[in-house]
Design a protein around this ligand. Structure first.
Ligand SMILES: Cc1cc2nc3c(=O)[nH]c(=O)nc-3n(C[C@H](O)[C@H](O)[C@H](O)COP(=O)(O)OP(=O)(O)OC[C@H]3O[C@@H](n4cnc5c(N)ncnc54)[C@H](O)[C@@H]3O)c2cc1C
Length: 236
């Protein structure tokens, strides 16, 4: 955890190429809000036959990706048009970041690295730490373990069982409770044709038969299992 904190909260900030455009374009928008009170972070212009992104932030901080372009000419289609550039992101993080950068400006021109570093700490790391220390346990006790205490569930088996009986619910993709498997598999209930071991004339053919949970939704695999086993039965 400490390593992650040092890497994300300090070291990586100094390696430009590691900066995620997703985050960076929000920082650009926050700076634009702090300095110009505008969401506009630059313009795309035609220069020497090619389109170039420009503006005060671009010229100081360099190119950033993940922008949205609105063409000046309503008949033109982005990205090949001159027009206004915005962050193609939900605005809340930039809105929250703007007052932070406004304060940072009091100490001089805002550098890109400093802006990323400060916003990471103020908007991501410190709130996460506060949540972890102050709110996490309280939320677990009040909204998840309901009527028990988290410590109690970790130390008292009876309380844990009572909690599981009270709070356990079905899931959408329940599978594998009656699974097929090889002859030497002690956990396999059926053979590879769905025949229940030790009971003649009985097959299981549904999602419970899956040997493992598929990395997909389960409806089609259930139908495919049924098709496959009915083919086997008809062939016999
Ligand atoms: C809310 C929800 C949403 C889902 N959404 C998706 C989805 O979007 N895509 C997807 O791929 N999968 C989805 N699934 C999963 C998918 O529906 C199941 O994996 C699939 O239906 C399992 O098929 P099954 O034949 O094993 O069981 P079921 O479809 O549950 O069939 C069991 C049948 O047995 C009957 N039955 C039970 N007991 C008895 C009894 N004693 N006597 C006679 N009949 C009995 C039941 O009435 C039922 O008709 C969803 C599941 C849920 C619960």
């Amino acid at each position: 955890m400490l390593l992650l904190l040092v890497a994300y909260g300090w070291l990586f900030v100094y390696f430009e190429r590691l900066n995620n455009p997703n985050e960076l374009v929000r920082v650009y928008a926050a700076r634009s809000l702090a300095e110009h009170g505008s969401w506009l972070i630059g313009r795309r212009e035609l220069r020497g036959g090619r389109f170039v992104d420009e503006g005060p932030i671009d010229s100081e901080w360099g190119y950033v990706n993940d922008k949205a372009l609105t063409c000046d000419d309503p008949r033109a289609r982005p990205p090949a048009c001159a027009g206004r550039l915005f962050a193609a992101k939900a605005p809340a993080a930039s809105l929250l970041g703007a007052p932070v950068l406004a304060v940072l400006r009091l100490f001089g021109p805002v550098q890109k690295t400093a802006a990323v570093l400060v916003l990471r700490w103020v908007l991501v790391i410190l709130p996460s730490v506060a949540f972890w220390i102050l709110l996490r346990r309280w939320m677990i006790d009040h909204f998840i373990v309901e009527g028990f205490r988290f410590d109690q569930l970790m130390t008292d088996d009876e309380a844990l069982e009572a909690f599981i009986r009270k709070a356990g619910i079905g899931v959408w993709h329940a599978t594998c409770t009656c699974r097929m498997g090889a002859d030497d598999d002690p956990m396999a209930v059926t053979d590879n044709q769905g025949r229940v071991r030790g009971v003649s004339g009985l097959r299981v053919v549904d999602a419970s038969l899956f040997p493992c949970v598929p990395c997909a939704n389960t409806n089609f695999p259930t139908l495919m299992t049924a098709e496959k086993i009915s083919d086997m039965m008809l062939a016999q």
